[in-house]
Design a protein around this ligand. Sequence first.
Ligand SMILES: [Zn+2]
Length: 179
Amino acid sequence: MRRAVEFYGFKPNRSGYICCPFHSEKTPSLKIYPDGWWCFGCNSGGDVIDFVGRLMNLNYLDSCKQINSDFSLGLEIGGKRNCAAERKSRDKLRLEQIQRQEFAKWQTKTSRLLCEYHRVLYKFIQSGGTDNPQFFTALQNIGRVEYLIDELEREPNEFYRTCRKEVEEIRKSLTGLKS
Ligand SMILES: [Zn+2]
């Protein structure tokens, strides 16, 4: 606060008062504190940003920029901060895009897997053979697989949430059936 006051051409007296630039006076009544100021003549005060803003007729943000540049503080104000925010939201969008792509890949892969499983089960059923235990397993499971194929198409997100583990089980048993 004191550095700013002096920088902008004021000389606080020994008690830390200056002549108030915001009302006309001959005896100093604006007191400078370490973190702010108060004028006992016009009953107003604030921090260093308020002081510089009122002095130069700047809004809060522009006053910050003025101080930042006059004192070479090198702070990121306004523009640069917005850039950081924009970059962050761009990164977020890119991440969401990647997630969507990965999800689409998973959906395609799962759809193929279920269709293949369905084909295998259907083959067992077609081949008849009531002495083949796989015939009964196929009969038991094929309805469920048809349901899963429909659900994956209809509500992929919900499917991912609720049926992901079941799909992994199918993947394992399909590997077993093929070997
Ligand atoms: Zn005043």
